[in-house]
Structure formats: C-alpha cells, structure tokens
Design a protein. Structure first.
Length: 313
C-alpha cells in the first residue's frame, strides 16, 4: 500500500518560499537594475506627441514666420536646409537634429538638393515644468546637434511614420519610444544642469497654484492683481516665479494659458470664434488680436489650417 506524502504546513511553505526567494536574489543580484539619473528624471514627465510629419524630396522652398506652442524637433535625413531665427542662421544637413522651443518664430529655406526630413511636435506635462525640462536639457534656445541620427535610427523613424499612416496598433507608443530614445541620446550629450532644488520647488508650487486658478476661472478676465491676492504674493515675487519656471512674465503666462486652451477649442467646428473668446474670458476683437500676435494667424486662419491638415491626412 502506497504511503501518501504529508502536505507541508503553512509555516513550512512560507519557509520554502523565503529560501527560494533568497536563493533567486543571490543568483540575480549581479543583474539588478538601478535607475540612473537620466531615466529617473525622464520618468517625472509625460510626453504628448501631437504631430509627426515627413517631407520627402522637398527643394527650393521658403517658409516664413512659423511659430507654435509645441517643442519641435527637426530631423534631416538627407539634403540641406537653413533655419533663420532672428539674426541667427542654422544650416542643417543629413543626420542633423534641430530643437526649437515653443513660441519661437523662424523661417526655413530648403536647398536645391531634395531634402528628406521628419518633424516631431510634442509637449511636456505637467506644463508648469516645461521650462525646467528645457533648461535641464540646455534647450533654453534653439539647439543643433550635428550627425546625431544613425542609419538604424532613420529606419526606426521611417517605420514609425509608416505605422502611423497605416494606423497600426501600437504606432503611437512606437513613436513615443523613439522620441524617448532620441531625448536620452541628447541628454547624454548634454549632462543634466545643476539647479537649486529648494528654490525651484517653492517657485514650482506657486506656478502650480496659478494654473489651478486660471483653469477654474477660464471664462473670466484675469488680472495680475487678482492672482497676487489669491496667492498672497507681491507682483515682483510672482513675476520672478513665472520667469524662472515658465520663462515668461505673469501677463504672458496668463495670455499663453488662455490661448493654448483656445487652440484646443478651435478644433471643435461647432464652436464659433465668438463663443471660444467668451469661454476664455476675452472679447472677440482682443482674442483675435492676441491670437494673431502670438501665432501669426487669426483664429479663423488657424482653424482653416487645421481643416487642411485633416484633409491631407
């Protein structure tokens, strides 16, 4: 007669599991992964990509007064072009990468040789840390990296573009992974800048509260004095926080926040320009004038441009 083996007690089972875990830990200890500074820093942000363009075989073209609210990366695979920002001219050729911060006006001219380029338009969230992100990557101004992209990476971007055009499942995550790899490569060339963490945290908290107030009072005209009363700060202190965190004045921050929300609302064809102006607390004429001053297009021209982009897709 066969003798049945005794079932281990709960304590014995727990002991066996613990011993196995300890043994596994010893065997795998040499392969343990530590989160490095660049990875830990990027983990704090969400990257949202809105556009990914490809311009193949473009030559002899001139584009003037381009501006946007996104961080823009231009990648030149072959050919050459010139980007003019104020009095500075940037020459790009195959393998080069140009990063343009938001609210930067520039002109572009392609050479006689056909150029193939990709453009990535993305934003960093939380938006109140966008300027910190740019500063730590040393992208406070336009930045060029020569011979940055390898042949293998070009294949990756080309495959991302094909996947997006054919709407393959996972295509957005694929592009986001490629963008993250590109940022890692840039950060390796641009060591993280040393910043004052204590001062930054306090200023960041002020701007976070400011954005919360603007969001809750979007349809109201907001003055700097109101924000100072709400935050219990002087105008000079609030200005310093806005300048250090968002690289703009308090007034500019209010306008940019409202106009960025307006750009989202303009995507809804059911809303009139007058309705959108009211939704962000502006009179229609003031809304149109501020929108054109910041984006070089009227709200209706911007909406028309959105429709053209949709038709092209």
């Amino acid at each position: 007669m066969l003798r049945q083996s005794r079932k281990p007690s709960m304590l014995e089972t727990q002991k066996m599991i613990k011993e196995e875990a300890m043994d596994t830990s010893k065997r795998l200890n040499q392969f343990r992964i530590q989160k490095d500074p660049i990875s830990a820093y990027l983990d704090q942000f969400r990257l949202d990509i809105d556009y990914f363009t490809n311009w193949p075989n473009q030559s002899g073209k001139t584009l003037k007064n381009i501006i946007g609210t996104h961080i823009k990366i231009i990648l030149v695979e072959r050919g050459n072009c010139e980007i003019m920002i104020q009095d500075t001219k940037y020459k790009l050729s195959g393998g080069d990468c140009l990063i343009i911060p938001p609210y930067t006006i520039y002109n572009a001219v392609t050479g006689n040789e056909p150029i193939n380029s990709y453009e990535i338009f993305f934003n960093v969230y939380p938006i109140t840390r966008e300027q910190e992100f740019l500063s730590r990557m040393k992208i406070e101004g336009t930045l060029v990296f020569t011979h940055l992209i390898t042949a293998i990476e070009w294949k990756s971007f080309s495959h991302c573009y094909t996947s997006l055009q054919s709407k393959q499942d996972g295509c957005y995550a694929q592009l986001k992974a490629s963008l993250t790899m590109l940022l890692i490569k840039i950060l390796r060339r641009q060591p993280l800048a040393i910043m004052d963490p204590q001062g930054r945290v306090k200023e960041q908290a002020v701007v976070d509260k400011l954005f919360l107030y603007l969001n809750e009072h979007l349809d109201e005209p907001v003055q700097v004095g109101q924000l100072c009363s709400y935050l219990a700060l002087s105008q000079s202190h609030l200005y310093r926080c806005c300048r250090n965190v968002m690289n703009c004045s308090t007034n500019q921050l209010i306008i940019r926040y409202k106009l960025s929300r307006a750009k989202q609302l303009l995507k809804d064809p059911e809303l009139s320009i007058q309705q959108i102006a009211a939704m962000i607390g502006y009179e229609p004429f003031y809304f149109s004038s501020q929108f054109k001053r910041n984006f070089l297009l009227s709200p209706s021209q911007y909406r028309e441009k959105l429709c053209v982009c949709r038709r092209d897709q």
